[in-house]
Design a protein around this ligand. Structure first.
Ligand code: ATP
Length: 237
């Protein structure tokens, strides 16, 4: 078993408010690891700290290297790439232009001509709409574009913050089918989801985040069967 990402004693503070308080986790290569928990538990802050978009204390080791001193763009160039909450596609730009922006994460790394084909193969609707302004896409298509844009940067670890947010169930199913396929092809993923039932069905392992720490961790199917977790977190999403 290889550890792709090891986080220890991570702390995130906003103007004195502690959002993450000593969170530790080890993400294994090839797995989907889900972070579930209520609104405001600190899930987004934790992934934002890992990608470097918010400052944090503690250690973040990526493929054995300490990355805490590196800014977000440097981490993404190394292969820690985040699909942000709320998708954040650039509305006036076309699908293709948004995807090309994702290539910037590559920096000096080798450019793969196959990346665009891979995205279009995963999300054929994006190929059909490649010249359309991204702001005119449906929410689900924008989520696919946000994932596609991240893939263009050749992630070695993909961080996903609430990919199901605001999407109709049928669209969520499409997005998660694509995520599972990506994982079957070898992609390592850290998945933040308020929809615990969905997350635990898709992940190999998972943890519950509560008040900025990981309070429960284990195989996703075991957590899914835990009555206390079910009562607390299911049916809310
Ligand atoms: P959500 O599902 O709402 O995103 P979450 O589990 O991802 O919840 P965070 O967004 O990480 O939780 O928030 C953790 C705590 O930090 C919350 O109390 C939140 O209000 C606070 N917080 C988040 N971002 C900021 C910020 N930029 N400034 C101040 N406080 C913040």
């Amino acid at each position: 078993m290889t550890v792709a990402l090891e986080v220890s004693q991570l702390e995130v503070h906003y103007a004195g408010i502690a959002a993450v308080r000593g969170a530790s986790l080890a993400l294994r290569s090839g797995e989907i690891f889900a972070l579930v928990g209520s609104n405001g538990a600190g899930k987004s802050s934790l992934v934002n700290a890992i990608s470097g978009v918010v400052p944090s204390k503690g250690r973040v080791l990526f493929e054995g290297r300490e990355v805490q001193a590196h800014a977000a763009h440097r981490r993404s160039r190394m292969g820690i790439i985040q699909v942000p909450e709320g998708r954040r596609v650039i509305a006036p730009l076309s699908v293709l232009e948004n995807l090309e922006l994702g290539r910037e994460a590559l920096g000096a790394r080798a450019r793969g001509a196959a990346d665009l084909e891979r995205v279009f193969d995963l999300f054929p609707i994006l190929a059909e709409r490649r010249h359309q302004a991204s702001g005119t896409l449906s929410g689900g298509q924008q989520q696919m574009l946000a994932i596609g844009r991240a893939l263009m940067g050749q992630p070695r670890v993909l961080l996903l913050d609430e990919p199901s947010l605001g999407l109709a169930p049928v669209v969520v199913a499409d997005v998660f089918r694509a995520l599972r396929r990506l994982n079957e092809e070898g992609m390592t993923m850290l998945l933040v989801e308020q929809n615990a039932r969905l997350a635990l069905r898709s992940a190999h392992r998972a943890a519950v985040v509560d008040h900025g720490t990981l309070v429960r961790e284990g195989p996703a199917n075991e957590l899914a069967q835990d009555a206390a977790i079910a009562e607390h977190y299911f049916g809310k999403a």
